[in-house]
Design a protein around this ligand. Structure first.
Ligand code: FES
Ligand SMILES: [Fe+2]
Length: 459
């Protein structure tokens, strides 16, 4: 783009729309980003959405039909029948697969043609083709799909936050967002907005503790990025460290933090994907976790979670527009960036380091796929449990004379380092181990800042 002079009243000079960053944003078949995203499992529906009729659904720019056959298997197939193209949304679900209403061709959940009833006896037509279909996987009330090359199916990632602590309840949710997936996902790598959007500019949306401006650190992990925001709340320091997992997953702590109350939770309250519907629509889809570690005072509201419902203000367009204008939430801020946010118009500042790292990591993965390989990140764990690093830690570290910002940074850095260093431990042992290490540091005054700490933090 030609350089625009810096001058007042320069609207005319900026009125042309430059290209959005299409390498990262477009999701259709054959696009660089679309091919990359097709190397991963993505959630596409809540199990409860699937009724006894076929469900038309658009995923990654493709028109598809989702159904459960009468033997209980889930199918995700191309919308248009392989015979003469009518939509299988009018298909009849059978004991095995789905039968097209127009001339009766029947398909199994994997696309195998089971029947072409009007063909003459002995016809081999049905053996000569296979209908387009994608693998599906059900997990805790969500249906996932893999839409990439059939010979490159990755193991389904089982995050530790879905299996620990024992008895964790995962409540599925799915929210519609009429915008490109990337701007919705980038919100997870932009923790400073939680102070401005959710408190300082708009009034308290979650709890007053969010109003304290955080000290930030962005740490690359085997999964992608840990977005660390550390705040002072009286004598306590509060870390909200969010996993930003490649390509489109993120985890967060609760929205009802009281910074005055100590807490140690090496786990998450939200695990969500941003699944692209097409270039200009996406879903915020995943689980809300319920357990006494992440929510010791039992403040979550299961009854408020589901299809376009979540127990956190501002995540949908359900509030009246007049109210949203006065106190916009995440949904409003993200959707208002445009159908596809135009990145060449941005002016990234130092708080946007997480967004910049995320884009760089995505570009690396896209290039690896373009070169014929597989994405090298996130690290995979076969069929084992994937250790994650999300934590919500609130501990007493009273302010003493000196550089309190540096103490906050040191605290966030050292606690998250301990979380990262515990990845090799069995999932059930990590929290106690990290908490012991952190309490010891607390006792030893290790969060006060030495010159070596300053060097580490600046590295
Ligand atoms: S169009 Fe489906 S069977 Fe003919
Ligand atoms: Fe937010």
């Amino acid at each position: 783009m030609a350089k625009i002079p810096i001058q007042p009243y320069s609207g005319y000079l900026k009125s042309q729309t430059p290209d959005e960053d299409s390498t990262l944003t477009l999701v259709g078949p054959g696009t660089p980003g679309g091919e990359y995203l097709r190397r991963f499992w993505h959630p596409i529906a809540m199990v409860s959405e699937l009724k006894d009729v076929p469900m038309p659904i658009r995923v990654l720019g493709e028109d598809l039909i989702l159904f459960r056959d009468k033997s209980g298997r889930v199918g995700l197939v191309h919308k248009h029948c392989s015979h003469r193209g009518t939509s299988l949304e009018y298909g009849i679900i059978g004991q095995r697969g789905i039968r097209c209403a127009y001339h009766g061709w029947a398909y199994d959940v994997d696309g195998t043609v089971l029947d072409t009833p009007s063909e003459p006896a002995g016809s081999r037509l049905k053996e000569s083709l296979c209908h387009g279909a994608y693998r599906t996987h059900e997990s805790h009330g969500l249906i996932f799909t893999y839409m990439g090359p059939p010979d490159q199916v990755p193991d389904f990632p089982v995050y530790d936050t879905t299996v620990w602590p024992e008895g964790t309840e995962l409540v599925p949710l799915k929210l519609d967002m009429p915008c490109n997936w990337l701007q919705a996902h980038e919100n997870a790598a932009d923790p400073v907005h939680t102070a401005y959007l959710h408190s300082i500019v708009t009034g308290v949306q979650f709890t007053p503790s969010f109003a304290a401006l955080p000290v930030l650190e962005f740490k690359e992990t085997p999964l992608g990025l840990l977005s660390i925001a550390t705040r002072r709340c009286g004598d306590n320091l509060w870390i909200r460290a969010s996993d930003v997992i490649l390509p489109n997953v993120a985890q967060f702590g609760t929205g009802f933090v009281d910074g005055d109350k100590e807490k140690f939770a090496l786990t998450a309250a939200f695990t969500r994907w941003i699944t692209p519907v097409d270039d200009t629509h996406c879903w915020y889809i995943g689980w809300r976790q319920f357990n006494p570690v992440i929510d010791p005072r039992n403040e979550g509201r299961k009854q408020d979670i589901g299809r376009n419902r979540i127990d956190l203000m501002g995540q949908t367009d359900e509030r009246p527009y007049a109210e949203r204008q006065k106190s916009p939430g995440d949904w409003d801020a993200i959707v208002a960036q445009g159908k596809i946010a135009v990145r060449s118009r941005e002016h990234l500042s130092w708080t946007d380091k997480g967004v910049a790292i995320l884009r760089r990591q995505l570009r690396t993965g896209i290039k690896e796929v373009q070169a014929g390989g597989r994405p090298s990140a996130p690290q995979t764990y076969g069929t084992g449990v994937v250790p994650t690093y999300n934590n919500e830690t609130i501990l007493a570290v009273p302010q003493v004379d000196g550089d309190d910002k540096a103490v906050m940074q040191n605290f966030g850095h050292k606690v998250c380092e301990a979380a990262l260093a515990s990845a090799h431990l069995p999932v059930g042992e990590r929290q106690a181990h990290v908490e012991r290490a952190v309490r010891q540091m607390q006792k030893d005054g290790a969060f006060q800042v030495t010159s070596k700490d300053k060097e580490d933090m600046n590295a």
